[in-house]
Design a protein around this ligand. Structure first.
Ligand code: S3P
Length: 423
């Protein structure tokens, strides 16, 4: 697949529903009483893995439309007394959150997935779930759930919303309060959705507690557009002179929108309209106009707020004036690919001056179009989207190997990109 250079991007678009929230709607919906209608469901290979997983475990899910489904919940322990193998595909969020759900249900569950998923660290969930009373082995990940889990107080060793969520979900079926302390704020979609479903969730600035639940009910979830799917378009519109692009109904949860803060610090021109709230989640419309950028550093507590957008930050920094640096992002090494390596090697092949560090990268910005060339996604959806935006802003275009990887989170990505690109 070749992405040719564009002059600008323009128009009005919307992106599919948020992947993190869609996974949670399916998993938490299964634990609810009765039906949960999910509107704006972000259908993709990853979220389909969640639908297939709960179906494997006996939950009915009705597909109403591409972006709408109904999950027929069966209360807090719908999976107990089963022995099952569940294929989680490429979805890290699914495998980790589901492990948390299953920890509190009697049975034996083997959770598996593709080669990339099987190589990802699972000790981070096994450890707290064991402390709560489940038997968990990793490689392969096997959860032997228990109906006698105990609440724990757990200090997260890494800032991970997936680990936090796994422990919170296990806490629903524990006999006492579960508290998680976070080293830095991570996405809080699980807390917000559980609170909306009636769970007793208590939030403090750097911790969250959940009480054992007796009944959850969601009724309906309206999923906002995925900020992480909007992000490639935000960067394209910022970098291509003469662009003016509006992205409607995008999720703007502040724990997800670190990229907006970073780009604004670099000089981007982004305006938010129609700010509103739905199901505890903020959303709005983003209007993005092109701008000349200057370098910046990203570090520390800011990292989890743009963890999935850091590949795009590298591209923005590459065409900014000055040198930029990312530190404190060693977590990138354990994503769908080692994103420090896949991003630095990929962008370097396009003529960009970027160097890997143990915990991030350093970029020498040049305010001009990078040359372009060939870049492989290595099967990583976020790397494929990075390559595509690099192609648009390049001089010669970018030939993307394994371009189909975008379907993991955003099957219609290239069509939408085409529809806004102006020569
Ligand atoms: C996610 C949390 C993050 C993120 C991933 C989705 C979630 O992972 O990178 O794409 O939905 O909770 P970590 O929890 O590993 O940081």
């Amino acid at each position: 697949m070749k992405v040719e250079p564009a002059g600008s991007v323009a128009g009005h678009i919307a992106v599919p529903g948020d992947k993190s929230i869609s996974h949670r709607a399916v998993l938490i919906g299964a634990l609810c009483e009765g039906e949960t209608r999910v509107r704006g469901f972000g259908r993709s290979a990853d979220t389909q893995s969640s639908v297939d997983a709960v179906r494997t475990l006996g939950i009915d899910v009705d597909d109403i439309a591409d972006d709408e489904l109904v999950v027929k919940g069966r209360g807090l322990t719908p999976f107990s007394d089963q022995t099952a193998v569940v294929d989680c595909g490429n979805a890290g969020t699914l495998i980790r959150l589901l492990a948390g759900v299953l920890a509190g249900q009697r049975g034996r569950f083997e959770l598996t997935g593709d080669e990339s998923l099987r190589a990802r660290p699972m000790d981070r969930i096994a450890e707290p779930l064991r402390r709560m009373g489940a038997r968990v082995t990793t490689a392969p990940l096997v959860v032997e759930g228990s109906d006698a889990l105990e609440g724990i107080e757990y200090v997260l060793p890494v800032a991970s919303a997936q680990v936090k969520s796994a422990v919170l979900l296990a806490g629903l079926n524990a006999s006492s309060t579960t508290t998680i302390l976070e080293p830095a704020p991570t996405r809080d979609h699980t807390e917000l959705m559980l609170a909306a479903a009636g769970a007793r969730v208590r939030r403090r600035p750097s911790s969250v507690s959940i009480e054992p639940a007796s009944r959850l009910e969601l009724g309906e979830v309206a999923v906002p557009g995925d900020f992480s799917s909007a992000a490639p378009f935000v960067v394209a519109a910022t970098l291509l002179a003469g662009s003016e692009l509006t992205i409607h109904d995008v999720g703007l949860n502040p724990r997800r929108t670190g990229l907006l803060d970073v780009l604004e610090r670099m000089g981007a021109r982004i305006t938010i309209y129609n700010r509103r709230k739905s199901g505890g989640e903020l959303l709005g419309d983003l209007e993005v106009r092109s701008a000349e950028l200057t370098a910046t550093d990203v570090a520390g507590e800011e990292v989890p707020r743009l963890v999935d957008e850091l590949p795009l930050f590298a591209l923005a920094a590459a065409v900014a004036r000055g040198d930029s640096r990312l530190t404190g992002a060693a977590e990138l090494r354990v994503k769908e690919t080692d994103r420090i390596e896949s991003v630095t090697n990929g962008l370097r092949a396009l003529g960009i001056r970027i160097r890997a560090r143990d915990d991030g990268f350093e970029i020498r910005g040049v305010p001009a179009r990078p040359t372009g060339g060939r870049m492989s996604s290595l099967g990583d959806h976020r790397v494929a989207m990075l390559a595509a935006i690099a192609g648009l802003v390049s001089r010669d275009g970018v030939e993307i190997e394994d371009a189909d990887a975008v379907a993991i989170s955003f099957p219609g990505f290239y069509e939408l990109l085409n529809s806004v690109s102006r020569r």
